[in-house]
Design a protein around this ligand. Structure first.
Ligand code: CUA
Length: 331
């Protein structure tokens, strides 16, 4: 299933690698949750201590290189009391103090990051190579776009039935591995609305690099509207082209893998597409979601995302146009 490296696949691959709009630069030093703030504080503490130690050691090295002849004699025939003091302070006391500060801060931060019960629960299933999202309390299913309310603690239940993945949104929390046969948890409370970049951070196969996602933190009222809209069944296609697309979708192999609630399509091995048109990206953030990109994805899946488990089906340009019209209408 591995696509050959052709100029076409290279061009598509480069286009796919271009950062997509709707997600700011992911940085641990730009925290947007209480948990990420704790991690950033620890990061700065360690960075400052490391800088102080580095500058102190380099200063001593520089001074020793510039020393005069009489100082060099002092080094060759040292005063035993002074050199003993230097070893006790520089080799024992200072490291013990520095490492104790880092150790206590690390344990305190780890304790603060322990998962806790939350009002919003989301089950995240890591698939190859995308993220299946289930909101069990709200009856909402999605993919690759985690919506959460600002100011409320969110608990993620992380599962995998295939290989090891790792769920990482640097601006919201640290990495948590997603391990087959084990249920891991993560909680965070977003402190500001925004779209935060996430990435699978454990090599999980050929499309690992294209297993990205976003967390969309919304004001509670906007989040409630999103839940309401995503709880509803799919909008039925009315226009001619889209209606033809719906017929192709439910009667072809599309329906074997994808669900669109409100139609007979009820496959579960691929992402639920009931509200596909409202998502910002296609194929786990490989492409931004617009008509041209969707047509590329349907026509040359393996070029866009080599290794993707979605098989390429033989579709005419007209059929692709009809499917695009249908899928983009699924708001
Ligand atoms: Cu999933 Cu890497």
């Amino acid at each position: 299933m591995v696509a050959a490296l052709t100029p076409r696949s290279l061009a598509l691959g480069l286009a796919a690698a271009t950062p997509l709009a709707g997600g700011n630069t992911p940085s641990v030093t730009d925290p947007h949750s209480r948990e990420a703030h704790d991690i950033a504080t620890l990061w700065w503490l360690m960075a400052i201590l490391a800088t102080v130690v580095f500058v102190a050691v380099m200063t001593m090295v520089a001074l020793s290189l510039r020393s005069r002849a009489e100082d060099r004699r002092a080094v060759l025939e040292p005063d035993p009391r002074r050199s003993h003091q230097f070893i006790v302070i520089g080799g024992l006391l200072v490291p013990v103090v520095v490492l104790s500060v880092v150790g206590v801060a690390t344990v305190a931060t780890s304790n603060a990051l322990q998962p806790r019960p939350a009002s919003v629960r989301i089950v995240v299933d890591a698939e190859q190579w995308w993220w299946r999202l289930t909101y069990p309390d709200e009856g909402v299913v999605g993919a690759n776009e985690v919506h959460v309310p600002v100011g409320e603690r969110v608990e993620l239940t992380l599962r995998s039935d295939n290989v090891i993945h790792s769920f990482w949104v640097p601006q919201l929390n640290g990495k948590v591995d997603v391990v087959p046969g084990q249920t891991n948890r993560m909680t965070f409370t977003a402190t500001s609305a925004g779209t935060y970049w996430g990435q699978c951070a454990e090599f999980c196969g050929i499309a690992h690099a294209r297993m990205a996602f976003v967390v969309v933190a919304q004001e509670p009222a906007d989040y409630a509207r999103w839940i309401e809209a995503n709880r509803a069944p799919a909008v039925a296609a009315t226009a001619g082209t889209a209606a033809h697309g719906e017929q192709i979708f439910v009667n072809s192999s599309c329906a074997g893998c994808h669900t669109v609630i409100g139609t007979s399509a009820a496959g579960t091995s691929g992402p639920d597409l009931t509200h596909f048109g409202s998502r910002g990206t296609i194929a786990a953030r490989t492409l931004s979601n617009d008509r041209d990109n969707l047509a590329r994805w349907l026509g040359a899946t393996q070029d866009v995302k080599p290794g993707a488990l979605m098989p390429e089906i033989d579709l005419s340009t007209e059929e692709i146009d009809q499917l695009v019209a249908y899928l983009e209408g699924l708001k």
